[in-house]
Design a binder for this molecule. Structure first.
Ligand code: ATP
Length: 892
């Protein structure tokens, strides 16, 4: 028999599980060992060996290998072995860099892996989706991605979007009862839910019938190619730039070789020098270092509680000019406590904080017994009845399981002595119409001991009031006339002005046999019972974060479903709503076109009583105004706006799977301040990449120019091939990596956001590369000429001096690269990685210069102490000449 045809007992028996208790942990572990992990098998990964060999497939490296082979055959053993060794070490370095980047991205994937709500040992717990086994009982709700194939056992207004399997984008309505008739494909299996599909409405509970490759999704898994890693805009630009640089470097190298040969150098030496120069001048390591810098940055971001799901977002973060953020939970703590209650013109205060269910009720500063105040009692009872949250006593601490808004209502009711157990004995919930942020209401149909049925609705007061025909006033039901409506409106404003979040409760009796089909039918003709007002304190760190963002040229916009006055009050406290800033309401927004919104959008800093659908309009209007928009969201309906935003941000704790999958950044702590940290890190990563691009390219320009000018001036080669390769490996490699780990400059959050259109060489980077590179080349050449002219017989000595000057000039210049301004604008030794990289490069240089066996290999001779003065002097020029001009201009 098929699962869809079976009833609950049969399924429980067949899968040896229980809807009440779930699986036992040890049983689940046993099954997991037998069934394997609940995951789809991925395609073969590139093996380590292949990745290693991939390092040598670069065209120039192959030419170099061929050249070395020839020189080996010609008897130049030492040269060819040394060059081989250098190529090999270079290959290893590239290999390790790529592995590291790959590993950290894998770890990232794991952190963002989905979780499910499973019943194990009679308790609901969140477990990683891959640990689910057949027989597990899973709970799911709107926004969740289904973790395995399930037979649905309980459902409430459940709709699931199955387009991944059926291609049908309209969500399928699901239910829990057995289906006896034949079905035609997955789309018809209405009491089954399938792995990878998305719950778009309602909620349900199901028993897992298949996992991993046995699921419907597993059967088509071969067709689902794993998505390719996305290159960031900068990586793409660098790839194009790389091509231009290769051609330029090759042309210059060719010129150097041709001139060299014309000048009388022998063809073989010039060929090897040319190839070495080309290898050194082409920044083949650049893309790898960029990837490493990005992935290390991404790891730092994890420590600061944000997960980057899409690598390009790291760069876009630095361009963000507006952050549109939800209020509840992101700017506030989402720890709600009811402090005020209102019914029929009377107000009560409630004491107590947090979720501890003890406190007293007061009216006009005198204690009251809530059981004796009929309307108050009714308000609290209904607040508890239309409510799915639970308060769990966890080792003496009260922990809320469920929505904090509902938790607040529950705790308020408990303070009045009401309990879930007693309520359950008196009332049965027949049906539920779940809350959604567009409707801003939730309802239940309840039945009392006498079989009488009634609807309880709770929701945003200004929305609920329009569904009420009558109101409970001084214990009597009265028609909702204009005066009473006005009294309610005033009461709503009164609570909201105090920054309180408000929830109203309505009620309506229905016939004992009435079956309500949809929420529209349930939520009309109600009686207004009263309101709860609850505090939700702002997160203490948000005020400063908003300020820092403002200083960084980033505007913060609050988007909330809450009442205008509540939103205004909190936005003022947080420094978001200032001066002439405007507040726009969802109602007004609905009537506006994107074009109309564009006219005003830059002046608005609070959007209140909005629905998730409005967010897309806001993103579009801001983008049309040229802004780079970061937008947060947590629900299913937020996904389109999250996708459309330049940086889509989802909530790690309260976010649904759908929102997370649409986003490029996940906030692990749901905190607004984390967005600010991520932006700061994003800016820093980009600046660091600029730093080593500048360092590497300036070094390459220097290397090429010293050879080029020497050839033009009919001088012998200032550097031998192996020295050029050494510079490429040691002097360029380590410090560039260290620059990638640099800390941000102090003013990184004091400047405006970067333009997304900005090129690689923007903000003077191109000039810095050319000017510093030119000076490095010239000073190396001068050092070479001075020594060579004094003693033309000892070419090797002059070459050694040129080598030392080039290395030193680069190692000094690297400190200048730490700042966009000048070497003097920050402590040059503030980056300890860089200090160590430079010290080790220096030490290695000294070994090459003074250790006899290496002298043979590197064609060096020991440098006399007096010549060091010349070397240090010449090597300082490129950095200090231009930095000096900075100091002069600053002092003016
Ligand atoms: P944001 O997170 O975007 O800042 P929000 O979470 O406050 O906004 P919603 O959750 O859409 O926005 O809530 C909008 C309004 O709906 C609230 O002001 C409240 O009156 C009402 N509301 C919130 N949660 C519930 C619920 N569980 N049941 C009934 N009504 C609710």
């Amino acid at each position: 028999m098929k699962f869809r045809e079976m009833d609950t007992e049969d399924i429980e028996a067949a899968l040896e599980t229980s809807m009440q208790e779930g699986l036992r942990e040890d049983e689940a572990r046993k099954r997991q060992q037998k069934q394997g992990f609940n995951e789809l098998q991925e395609g073969e990964k590139q093996s380590a060996l292949l990745l290693f060999f991939a390092q040598f497939k670069d065209f120039m490296v192959l030419v170099l290998l061929a050249a070395t082979l020839i020189s080996g055959l010609l008897g130049e053993y030492i040269d060819s072995i040394a060059i081989m060794a250098i190529i090999l070490i270079n290959g290893f370095l590239g290999f390790f860099q790529e592995r590291k980047a790959e590993k950290s991205l894998d770890a990232l994937k794991e952190m963002a892996a989905p979780q499910v709500h499973a019943l194990r040992d009679e308790k609901w717990a969140k477990i990683p989706s891959r640990e689910v086994v057949v027989g597990d009982v899973l709970k799911f709700t709107s926004g969740d991605r289904i973790g395995a194939d399930l037979r649905i056992m309980e459902s409430s207004s459940l709709e699931i979007e199955e387009s991944a399997l059926t291609g049908e984008s309209v969500p399928a309505v699901k239910f829990a009862h057995p289906v006896q008739h034949d079905v035609d494909g997955i789309g018809d299996e209405q009491n089954m839910a399938f792995m990878g599909t998305m719950v778009t409405r309602g909620s349900g509970i199901g028993i897992v019938t298949a996992t991993g490759m046995d699921t419907a999704m597993g059967k088509i898994a071969d067709m689902l190619q794993s998505a390719e890693a996305m290159a960031t805009p900068l990586q793409r630009r660098l790839e194009q730039l790389g091509k231009i640089l290769i051609i330029t470097a090759l042309l210059l190298t060719l010129l150097v070789v041709v001139i060299g040969v014309i000048q009388g150098n022998d063809l073989y030496t010039m060929f090897l020098a040319g190839v070495s120069l080309a290898v050194a001048a082409i920044p083949e390591g650049l893309p790898a270092i960029v990837t490493v810098a990005l992935s290390l940055g991404v790891q730092r971001m994890i420590k600061q509680k944000s997960i980057v799901r899409k690598l390009p977002a790291v760069e876009t973060l630095g361009c963000a000019s507006v952050i549109c953020s939800d209020k509840t939970g992101t700017m506030t703590q989402n720890k709600m406590t009811v402090t005020h209650l209102w019914s029929g013109g009377k107000t009560w205060n409630v004491t107590g904080t947090g979720y501890v269910p003890s406190g007293s009720f007061m009216s006009d500063n005198t204690d009251v017994n809530p059981k004796q105040e009929k309307s108050l009692h009714q308000l609290l009872t209904f607040g508890m009845l239309c409510n799915n949250s639970e308060l769990v006593d966890h080792e003496g601490q009260y922990v809320l399981d469920g929505d904090p808004t509902e938790g607040a209502l529950l705790v308020a009711a408990m303070k009045a002595g009401l309990t879930r157990e007693v309520l359950k004995q008196k009332f049965t919930i027949v049906k539920e119409f779940p809350f959604d942020s567009t409707r801003k209401m939730m309802s239940v149909v309840a039945k009392d001991e006498n079989g009488k049925q009634f609807v309880v609705t709770k929701g945003a007061p200004d929305v609920l009031i329009s569904q009420c025909e009558t109101i409970l006033w001084h214990g009597q039901s009265q028609s909702m006339n204009r005066d009473l409506k006005k009294a309610v409106q005033d009461a709503i404003d009164g609570l909201a002005d105090q920054a309180l979040r408000t929830i109203a409760v309505g009620f309506k009796p229905i016939g004992a046999a009435t079956v309500l089909l949809d929420e529209r039918e349930a939520e009309k003709g109600l009686t207004f019972i009263g309101m709860h007002g609850m505090i939700d304190p702002p997160r203490p760190e948000v005020h400063n974060a908003v300020k820092e963002c403002r200083e960084a040229g980033i505007k913060t916009v609050m988007i909330t479903g809450d009442h205008v006055s509540t939103a205004k009050a909190i936005a003022k406290q947080l420094g978001i709503l200032r001066g002439k800033d405007k507040v726009l309401e969802g109602k007004t927004l609905s009537d506006m076109s994107v074009g109309e919104l564009e006219e005003v959008v830059e002046d608005v800093s609070v959007f209140a009583r909005v629905s998730p659908e409005h967010k897309l309009k806001i993103v579009k209007a801001l983008q049309n105004k040229g802004h780079v928009v970061a937008m947060t969201g947590d629900g299913v309906n937020d996904a389109p706006a999250i996708k459309a935003a330049d940086i889509g941000i989802s909530m790690g704790i309260t976010g649904t799977d759908v929102a997370k999958e649409a986003s490029s950044l996940i906030l692990l702590d749901d905190n607004f301040a984390t967005i600010k940290s991520a932006i700061k890190e994003g800016r820093n990563i980009y600046e660091n990449i600029r730093k080593f691009i500048r360092y590497l390219l300036a070094s390459n320009v220097g290397e090429i120019l010293v050879m080029f000018f020497a050839m033009i001036m009919a001088l012998p080669l200032p550097l031998v091939p192996i020295q050029i390769l050494w510079v490429n490996l040691v002097t360029d490699g380590l410090p560039a990596m260290a620059l990638g780990l640099d800390k941000p400059e102090g003013d990184v959050m004091k400047r405006g956001p970067r333009s997304p259109k900005e090129g690689v060489f923007a903000r003077g980077l191109g000039w810095k590369i050319i000017s510093r590179g030119f000076l490095i080349g010239i000073s190396t050449l001068i050092a070479f000429i001075v020594v060579y002219k004094t003693n033309p017989d000892n070419l090797q000595y002059a070459q050694t001096v040129a080598f030392a000057t080039l290395v030193l000039a680069q190692l000094i210049h690297v400190f200048d690269c730490r700042s966009e301004k000048s070497i003097f604008s920050r402590n040059p030794f503030g980056n300890q990685y860089l200090v160590w990289a430079v010290i080790s490069s220096l030490a290695l240089m000294l070994v090459v210069l003074y250790y006899p066996p290496l002298q043979t290999i590197f064609h060096t001779v020991a440098i006399q102490p007096r010549d060091w003065l010349l070397i240090v002097g010449m090597a300082s020029i490129p950095t200090f000449l231009l930095a000096g001009s900075f100091l002069v201009s600053k002092s003016k």
